[in-house]
Design a protein around this ligand. Sequence first.
Ligand SMILES: CC(=O)SCCNC(=O)CCNC(=O)[C@H](O)C(C)(C)COP(=O)(O)OP(=O)(O)OC[C@H]1O[C@@H](n2cnc3c(N)ncnc32)[C@H](O)[C@@H]1OP(=O)(O)O
Ligand SMILES: N[C@@H](CCO)C(=O)O
Length: 376
Amino acid sequence: MAAADDPFDNPALRAADLGDLPLESGVTLPEVTMAFQTWGTLAPDGSNAVLVEHALTGDAHVVGPIGPGQPTPGWWPGIIGPGRPLDTRDLFVVAPNVLGGCRGTTGPASPRADGRPWGGGFPQITIRDQVAAERRLADLLGIRSWHLVLGGSMGGMRVIEWAATHPERTRTALVIASAAHATADQIAWGHAQCLAIESDPAYHGGDYLARGVAPTAGLGLARRIAHQTYRSADELADRFGAEPQQGEDPLAGGRFAVQSYLDHQAAKLTARFDAGSYLTLTRAMATHDVTRGRGSLAEALAPFTGRLVVAGVDSDRLFPAALSREIVRAHPAGELRLIHSRCGHDGFLVETDQIEAIVADAACRPLADRRIARVG
Ligand SMILES: CC(=O)SCCNC(=O)CCNC(=O)[C@H](O)C(C)(C)COP(=O)(O)OP(=O)(O)OC[C@H]1O[C@@H](n2cnc3c(N)ncnc32)[C@H](O)[C@@H]1OP(=O)(O)O
Ligand SMILES: N[C@@H](CCO)C(=O)O
């Protein structure tokens, strides 16, 4: 393994050569590379390993310093470290960048054998393919079974796939703000986002990188659509109401504050994310179904004999908490947690205290002073 060829210059990132990967579609993706970050030390028997699965536009920078390409101290700052919920005094934490993404793991912006980017020719992948790649990374690292696999949103999709596909290799699964399968609502929102990108004249059928351009307007529109689904209507009403953006007048062509907020979220994403990866990952989420070829949800999860903790956000309109309850009801060892938030789906990123308590509990390291709501 080597330092990753990381477009964002993160010195902590390493890269593993996973070889050719057969996909669910029947296509083989050649010469797959997976970039990942680790914290702590792997026990000689490999028993203390934890797998953190990031969401759609997250990455391996779960925690860490602000630096080149890393404008934040991580998307779950404080979750990993000595004395933290994922305590590196005795746990070994692994965070891979997802297959199909744009942070050093093979994706649409990666070069093919001829050196040109895959672009629109990148094959359709699934959540199950992403887990297949991560299983190879676990093999290379010498991790036979994970102490804990956890993640939110698209990360939670990979967690439940780990439990169903490799039940003997997953001792505790923590699924946060996610689901066992995509819903019509999620597929519909994702469809509009994909069309926004594909309709941008700069998209060029996916070959924009070879032409030295980028469908920034389309990706920005996709993020605006998505971000509304990530936050709750009540939160947006409380924060922005129908107020004009400071210094602007909507009656004279200016923006409302909420428009300016969405424009800002779009600008932040387009500065750090590849449109082809956005399409690939959005389509992978749309095809997510842990029951595919496995019968009912109860049947799909039946081989999993570990601990299954499922946390929903009470104001999440994209992954309603009912989808968490559905998983818990399908498994005899299912435990439900409810995260209270005004922020909707993004509650799994911003409700730090509640997330830390849930993660610490799943890692069998409860933080007694944290409040966890248990329902169901
Ligand atoms: C390199 C990296 O990968 S870093 C990011 C890794 N990925 C992730 O964390 C997942 C993607 N991120 C996200 O989804 C979000 O950024 C979250 C959920 C983490 C942030 O959620 P919150 O902390 O609640 O932030 P919120 O939604 O309120 O947005 C705050 C931003 O909006 C801006 N803002 C607020 N009101 C307005 C307005 N009226 N007009 C313009 N901008 C506004 C703030 O100035 C702030 O800007 P900044 O982020 O550049 O500092
Ligand atoms: N804010 C999260 C939401 C998707 O779950 C992201 O961008 O990854």
